[in-house]
Design a protein around this ligand. Structure first.
Ligand code: SF4
Length: 315
């Protein structure tokens, strides 16, 4: 029987102009195919910081400029100084958010840009200084250091997109699943399901989490869950290298190799070498491992988040 995973719904805060509301300076939206496909799988909280601080639609250009101790926001055509308004809106909006699993913001924007926002030396926006971030995005990164924060521009990079998807579905899973844990056994089951995904991200954290789970008793379950959640988020922070993926793939293959013929094993090793050399895609190896797990009925592997970290339709 085909193994069907029930995916959680990541809760994302998203710039409202991305496929949703015509709130840009020119009263348009921004069309983005990937975000259009992703959002139906998510619980979306949309926000347009510039509308929220009282700027109209359409509106004149807003810019980021340098201050002695950070960055400011202004509207050169009207002379409006917007720094304090944007900072105070960002504080109150982010403070009132429920627990979120990630952010997708609009690139280049003086408010939302996570990357490529033009920063000027002066509040009239005449002298370009450098590329940086928008004021709202700066606050998001400061207040939510443990969840992924990306913009639609960076998500065009396939590796960043893959890592973003893995993280938002894993973080949503820990938010939903750990909230329901009442017994140590349920924490053990969760940890087992994420063993290889955690291994790919950080062997050190995986061992630390393993020790934590092993030492958890019913009496200290609540305390352990909080520690476990933090370690989980820390483990997912860094994108796994090719070497870390290859190592994880070998560990998974260890459950299957003794049931294969010598020629099949040799073929697998050749594919892994191809992956390390950039000639074989990671997905090819994952699909091969899944096929083998089906062939030998290894439910323990089919249950692993590493083999299907997010809905296949999003690939
Ligand atoms: S980039 Fe941000 S501030 Fe600008 S229109 Fe989009 S949501 Fe509003």
């Amino acid at each position: 029987m085909l193994y069907v995973r029930n995916f959680p719904r990541p809760r994302l805060a998203v710039s409202a102009c991305l496929n949703q509301k015509p709130v840009r300076y020119n009263a348009q939206t921004v069309k983005d195919e990937f975000i259009l496909r992703l959002l139906p799988y998510c619980e979306v909280i949309d926000v347009c910081p510039e509308v929220e601080i009282g700027l109209g639609v359409p509106r004149d250009r807003v810019i980021v400029y340098l201050l002695d101790d950070g960055f400011g926001l202004s509207q050169p055509s009207t002379g409006l100084e917007l720094t304090e308004r944007m900072k105070s809106f960002s504080e109150s909006f982010l403070g009132s958010l429920p627990e979120v699993d990630g952010f997708i913001l609009k690139s280049k924007s003086p408010s939302c840009g996570v990357s490529n926002t033009s920063v000027y030396k002066d509040r009239e926006g005449k002298q370009f200084h450098s590329k940086g971030k928008g004021l709202f995005a700066i606050k998001v990164l400061e207040k939510h250091p443990m969840v992924p924060v990306e913009d639609e521009g960076r998500l065009k990079n396939p590796e960043l997109k893959e890592h973003f998807l893995v993280k938002i579905f894993a973080i949503a899973d820990i938010r939903e699943s750990l909230g329901k844990v009442r017994r140590v056994k349920e924490l053990m089951d969760f940890h087992q399901r994420y063993k290889y995904l955690l291994m790919a991200h950080s062997q050190v954290k995986l061992k630390e989490m393993g020790r934590l789970v092993a030492s958890t008793k019913e009496e200290n379950l609540k305390e352990s869950l909080e520690k476990y959640r933090l370690l989980f988020l820390q483990a997912l922070k860094r994108k796994p290298s090719i070497g870390q993926h290859a190592n994880t793939i070998f560990h998974i293959f260890g459950h299957l190799s003794s049931r294969l013929k010598e020629r099949e094993r040799a073929h697998f090793y050749k594919l892994v070498e191809g992956y390390k050399g950039g000639k074989v895609e990671h997905r090819t190896l994952i699909e091969l491992l899944k096929s083998l797990a089906y062939r030998f009925d290894v439910d323990y592997l089919l249950n692993q988040a590493y083999l299907e970290p997010y809905p296949a339709e999003l690939i």
